[in-house]
Design a protein around this ligand. Structure first.
Ligand SMILES: [Zn+2]
Ligand SMILES: [Zn+2]
Length: 771
């Protein structure tokens, strides 16, 4: 080969080696010095239209809100690129021409350069602020190459707009446009963008709000330069030049403090909620006005949640009446706080009982004193109502029928459903919960309860309410059949009920709603949760201190606010009410039992039922009895005389109802005492010992021994009962009277025999203790 060719080859080889070496060096450096591009942004919370409603400082006390691609309007992009780095889309992070120019300037003028920074290099500098030395300039160029290697041009521009300083502790165009112009970056005008873009040059002397005149002069210089360079049309420039600059620094929005804090804890830079700001502000105003009125009753707080049922979104959330109120704990989040739910779980329970086929709205229960192993629930008004229908029991929120229904349906069935509906505290406590849970002896939050009620509005399908746009996809869980839900909705929408607020002037445009109230033990919490097809609104009122107030009740303290809110957000609604679903049918039932009528049933009424699910037991509420002509003696087939008798139909009345009637001196058609000469020993109608409870332990004070009660219920044909303690005769007493005795320590057998010879034994254990 010739020398010329050899030299050529050698040059190519050397060039290749050099390029390769530089490449390897850069890659090695890049691995050794990774980009410091972990940026902490301010958490911002937005409403459903992406408007910022709350923002938090970063841990280094900066307003550094993340600008999303959608925030960068074409106008913003164009203006920034034209001003900062015209060749941004063409250079590899450093602009060789500028570098050469800068180097030349440095050599000939011996001064450190300040210009020649590309947008990428400015990002590098913002990520790693250093003094402007030649060495650091070189480092910036290396970082710029790294950035270009890792990110797209759009991402680098976005980083620039996120990090550029705009005075004080404001970084990034999103924070700047929000805090100076109270708008999002995509709504900035050319004049506003221009004004902002000159601040990073001298952030300490060009302060929006303080040196606006100065900024205006600088802004217009740049606008005129753009005019000369034909970056924008003359009209656009002319408009921008005439735009005044009146901005000053505002404060970051602080709306929905409790919800924002709750969501911030879950993480994320930008949290887009489903809050509808208009509705939110309306509801907040109503809460504030209403609590001002409650204040005179010493009730200081309230919390409200509004759910849009069709999209299962939380559109309003009020954690307390006034967040800034430090005396009454305004910072507490009353919507998430775990409190006693009072009677608010009853509708779900009755729905479950209907779905289990146990009951229908006209099923008759007894509302009388009961005692389950020492648990003796009382009604709110401490009265008993005797026979009641499910509908009446739910409307009047009776406690004893609810406890009986829970016993019949099973506590675990209810707990499981509540766990499915995200009742966390109940899930946690499930092994400890007893029958009292249906009366509020458990913990639940307004969030949980409002979520549950929104499933009544959704034909029995529970979907976890979504606070944020990213929560929208939640599994659907059917908790009640459409039929049972319809029946519950029907009952809860009746107006003539005891928990209708007194003094409420109904307005004709109030939409139809279904609602249930609750009052917790000790009158600490008043609840009212209502819904129609569109909205579910949950209300809690009370004191965060836990102070009980005698006048506090779900009906009179919480429901008026519920009505006010519906009146405001759903005023004059033309939404129709829930339709009777196909699997819900109607039938005629006996008015006395709610069962399928038999020939003896005198009164009947209409009832809803679920075909193939609801019980089809026939009413068997009466019996034919052979009595003497004077109606003083009853006979059985064994002892009936050959003549002088007649047959009569008597209503069957359970022993506990007989006791209830006897105690209240309510007359009823009683079967006369059985023929005393009859030999037959009855096996049916054995006495029931109500107190003490079988297999229970009783503690008796050594110092001050209180006697135990002996209470039994017996058949209507019984006049006298005989008590035995440990097989020894103790006392004979008229049926239906209470007796007392002081037992000995240890196991005790108690027997009760009626005057027909039917006997019942129970066993208890007695311990004497120092009380
Ligand atoms: Zn009947
Ligand atoms: Zn007989």
């Amino acid at each position: 080969m010739t020398i010329k060719k050899f030299i050529q080859k050698s040059i190519i080889r050397k060039t290749l080696i050099t390029i390769l070496s530089i490449g390897i060096l850069l890659i090695s450096l890049s691995i050794a010095f990774p980009l410091p591009d972990k940026i902490e942004y301010s958490t911002i919370i937005t409403d459903n239209k992406q408007q910022v409603i709350h923002a938090y400082l970063t841990s280094d006390q900066k307003w550094r809100m993340r600008t999303e691609a959608a925030d960068i309007s074409p106008l913003l992009r164009k203006t920034i690129i034209e001003k900062e780095d015209k060749y941004f889309y063409y250079h590899p992070g450093i602009n060789p021409l500028s570098v050469i120019r800068a180097v030349a300037k440095n050599i000939f003028h011996f001064k450190r350069t300040s210009g020649a920074s590309t947008i990428t290099m400015q990002v590098a500098r913002a990520l790693e602020p250093k003094q402007r030395t030649l060495f650091n300039k070189t480092r910036e160029m290396f970082r710029a190459l790294q950035l270009e290697w890792k990110y797209s041009k759009e991402e680098i521009l976005q980083l620039y707009l996120n990090l550029v300083p705009y005075g004080g502790n404001i970084e990034g165009v999103k924070s700047a446009s929000l805090l100076y112009f109270n708008k999002s970056p995509d709504h900035l005008s050319l004049a506003e963008i221009m004004a902002l873009s000159i601040i990073p040059n001298r952030p300490s002397s060009l302060v929006i709000g303080k040196s606006n005149a100065h900024i205006l002069v600088e802004r217009n210089k740049w606008l005129r330069r753009f005019a000369r360079e034909k970056v924008f049309t003359d009209k656009e420039i002319e408009d921008a030049l005439h735009e005044p600059l009146t901005a000053s620094r505002g404060s970051a929005p602080r709306l929905l403090p409790q919800l924002s804090y709750k969501l911030k804890k879950q993480g994320g830079d930008i949290i887009n909620t489903n809050i509808e700001l208009n509705t939110q502000l309306k509801v907040e105003k109503l809460v504030q006005d209403y609590v001002r009125f409650l204040y005179f009753k010493n009730i200081r707080n309230a919390a409200v949640i509004v759910i849009d049922n069709s999209l299962h979104k939380v559109i309003s959330y009020v954690g307390s009446a006034n967040f800034l109120d430090t005396i009454d704990g305004g910072q507490v989040n009353g919507a998430a706080a775990i409190r006693q739910p009072g009677s608010t779980l009853k509708p779900l329970l009755y729905g479950l009982a209907i779905d289990a086929g146990l009951m229908t709205p006209q099923s008759v229960m007894t509302d009388i004193a009961v005692n389950y192993n020492g648990y003796a629930p009382e009604n709110y008004d401490k009265k008993f109502n005797g026979y009641v229908t499910l509908e009446y029991a739910l409307e009047h929120s009776l406690n004893i029928p609810a406890v009986k229904t829970l016993r019949a349906t099973g506590k675990n069935t209810l707990v499981q459903k509540l766990a499915d509906c995200d009742f966390d505290q109940i899930k946690k406590d499930q092994s400890r919960l007893g029958l009292s849970m249906i009366l509020g002896g458990c913990g639940a939050s307004l969030e949980e309860l409002t979520g549950l009620y929104s499933s009544f509005a959704r034909e029995g399908v529970y979907i976890k309410p979504a606070f944020t746009k990213s929560d929208i996809d939640q599994p659907k869980k059917r908790i009640l059949s459409t039929a049972a839900t319809f029946m519950i909705n029907d009952i809860l929408s009746k107006i003539n009920r005891p928990d209708f607020p007194v003094n409420w002037q109904s307005t004709e445009r109030m939409p139809k709603i279904a609602w249930k109230t609750g009052t917790s033990y000790g009158r600490r919490d008043a609840w009212s949760i209502g819904y129609n097809k569109k909205f579910t609104v949950g209300i809690w009122t009370g004191n965060f201190s836990g102070l009980g107030i005698p006048e506090l009740s779900g009906a009179n303290t919480a429901t008026p606010l519920l009505f006010k809110i519906f009146n405001s957000i759903d005023y004059d609604s033309d939404e129709e009410w829930f339709q009777q679903p196909k699997n819900c049918d109607t039938r005629i039932v006996c008015a006395e039992t709610g069962l399928i009528p038999s020939e003896d049933c005198k009164e009947v009424r209409m009832d809803y039922f679920i075909p193939l699910v609801s019980s089809i037991v026939k009413c068997n509420n009466s019996e034919e009895v052979i009595v003497s002509a004077d109606n003083k003696i009853s006979y059985c087939k064994n002892c009936m005389p050959e003549n002088g008798y007649r047959k009569r139909v008597f209503k069957i009345i359970a022993p506990e109802m007989q006791a209830y009637f006897a105690e209240r001196k309510i007359a009823y058609d009683k079967i006369p005492p059985h023929n005393s000469d009859c030999e037959k020993i009855f096996h049916e109608g054995v006495p029931q010992i109500i107190f003490p409870s079988d297999n229970s332990e009783y503690l008796i004070s050594k110092k001050n021994a209180e006697p135990l009660q002996l209470v039994c219920n017996v058949s209507s044909d019984v006049n006298k009962v005989f008590w035995y303690i440990d097989n020894k005769f103790y006392k004979s007493t008229p049926a239906g009277t209470k007796q007392f005795f002081i037992p000995a320590e240890g196991p005790v057998k108690i027997s009760c025999t009626d005057d027909k010879g039917r006997n019942k034994d129970i066993r208890i254990t007695v311990r004497y203790v120092n009380l």
